[in-house]
Every structure is written in structure tokens, then in C-alpha cells.
Design a protein around this ligand. Structure first.
Ligand code: AP5
Ligand code: MG
Length: 225
């Protein structure tokens, strides 16, 4: 399966991406996480991309395309992947299609998780992430037992540098300006599937999974490429 997840910041792409990865045994690849790893490395490139992330702006297309292309060429991606946060511009979407086309592959579904901007801000303001295993919590909806400690691994929970209200508002504007056109790009040839993201996590996953089961069944009878 080769899937992309779209949706406003805070829509639940990371949360749902993990569930899909677990059920279908494909890697969940978050471009945001790849970028945060580069920032944590403390290199010159890390410092450069950090300045974009802190302002809520997109990093340059060329860099994002290079990072994701390298990641999906690794051996664990042979059976597919679910991309989260990439593509984020039409140029990135075209680059991904071109690269896959050279390999005789394609993006089979673009899954758009829909929430309102108001819900996005509320979710981002109260998100906490484990510094060790990356598990995602919410101070109200999905709390860890101890507010500072991860239930899974005991790691310390932190707030992302771009989760301040000001940066979150800019991220929403950037999404509308630069990423929203990507929905149109995938809708033009029938690859876009929308899901109501404003329900409990398991209900959102159940809807999303209906589409994936349809894809898995169509593959069995040879309909998908
Ligand atoms: P990225 O890390 O991709 O951030 P984002 O798109 O802004 O999305 P988030 O990670 O904030 O939200 P999410 O949809 O994953 O939601 P989550 O599951 O965590 O990108 C960060 C930055 O990196 C960008 O701003 C840019 O600078 C750069 N970047 C990344 N990709 C790039 C690219 N391709 N090109 C250029 N630059 C790029 O959930 C959010 C919260 O809600 C959590 O607390 C969660 O517990 C809670 N929650 C989840 N589901 C539900 C639910 N159903 N009900 C209630 N609460 C829920
Ligand atoms: Mg995320």
C-alpha cells in the first residue's frame, strides 16, 4: 500500500498513521519527524530547517523531496508506506508521482482527515509528545497517567517548539495557502478520500480503514496498479 495522509496541523495524521502502520505492517513516515531528527542533529542543515519550523513555514521543497525520497527508497518500504505531512505542496506531489512512475508505482490513496481550524488550535495547544518513543498525547482527550511521563516507555513528555498558539495559527495559514491545493491535485484523478476527523480516534480509524480494506480487496482482484 502506498498512501498519503493530508489534513490541517493537529488533524490526527500522526495518530492515524501509527494505527495504519500497525495494522498493515507498513512504515509510517512523517516528514515532520524526519525534519525534527535533522534539527536534533545540530548540524548546519538542522539549524537552517529549525528556523522554518519555529516560524511555522515550510522548509524548501528540494530539501523535503530529497529527505522523503531517500527514506522511501530503504528496504523496509518495499511493501509500501504511509506518508504523513508529505506532499505539502503541488510541486512535492508532482515530484513524488514522477519518482514513483519511474519505478512503475503510484500513490494509491490520498486520505484527507478533516477538522475545523478551531479544533486544530485546541488540539495543538494541548499536545504532548514523548521524547523517547514519539508517542502522542493530549492533556484532555488522551492523557498519560502522569502528565510528564510516557505510559509506553517512561520517557519524558515535551511540547513541540512549533506548538505555540502564534506558530500554530501561521501553520494553518500556510496549510490553506500551500497545502490545500494538493487536495485538488489528488481529486483530479479520483485518488482523494475524505474522512471526518472530529470524532474519537477509533471511529476515525474505522472510517479510514474502510477505504483501505477496499483498496486491499481491489488489489487482490488486480484492479490497482
Ligand atoms: P508536521 O510534524 O507534519 O506537523 P503538522 O502537519 O502541522 O501536523 P501535526 O503533527 O501538528 O498534527 P497531526 O495531524 O500529526 O496530529 P496528531 O496526530 O499529532 O510538520 C511540522 C513542520 O515541519 C511544518 O510546519 C514544516 O515546517 C515542516 N514540514 C513537515 N513536512 C514538510 C514538507 N513536506 N515540506 C516542507 N516542510 C515540512 O494529533 C494532534 C493532537 O490531537 C494530539 O494531541 C492527539 O493526541 C490529538 N488527537 C488526535 N486525534 C484526535 C481525535 N480524533 N480526537 C481528539 N484528539 C485527537
Ligand atoms: Mg504529526
Amino acid at each position: 500500500m502506498r498512501l498519503v495522509l493530508l489534513g490541517l496541523p493537529g488533524a490526527g495524521k500522526g495518530t492515524q498513521g501509527e494505527l495504519v502502520a500497525e495494522k498493515y505492517g507498513i512504515p509510517h513516515i512523517s516528514s515532520g519527524s524526519l525534519i525534527r531528527e535533522v534539527v536534533a542533529s545540530g548540524t548546519g542543515v538542522g539549524r537552517e530547517v529549525d528556523s522554518y519550523v519555529r516560524r511555522g513555514e515550510l522548509i524548501p521543497d528540494g530539501l523535503a523531496i530529497e529527505m522523503v525520497s531517500e527514506r522511501i527508497s530503504r528496504a523496509d518500504c518495499a511493501q509500501g508506506w504511509i506518508l504523513d505531512g508529505f506532499p505539502r505542496t503541488v510541486l512535492q506531489a508532482i515530484a513524488l508521482d514522477q519518482r514513483l512512475d519511474q519505478l512503475g508505482l503510484d500513490v494509491q490513496m490520498a486520505l484527507d482527515i478533516r477538522i475545523t481550524p478551531k479544533a486544530a488550535i485546541q488540539r495543538i495547544a494541548k499536545r504532548r509528545v514523548c521524547s523517547s518513543c514519539g508517542a502522542v498525547y493530549h492533556l484532555e482527550h488522551y492523557r498519560s497517567q502522569d502528565l510528564d511521563v510516557c505510559d509506553n516507555c517512561g520517557g519524558e513528555l515535551y511540547r513541540r517548539s512549533d506548538d505555540t498558539e502564534e506558530t500554530a495559527r501561521n501553520r494553518l495559514q500556510v496549510y490553506m495557502r500551500q497545502t490545500h491545493p494538493v487536495l485538488h491535485y489528488y481529486s483530479m484523478d479520483g485518488r482523494l478520500y475524505s474522512i471526518n476527523g472530529q470524532r474519537p480516534i477509533d471511529e476515525v480509524f474505522a472510517d479510514l480503514d474502510c477505504f483501505l480494506q477496499r483498496l486491499a480487496n481491489s488489489k487482490r482482484v488486480g484492479e490497482a496498479r
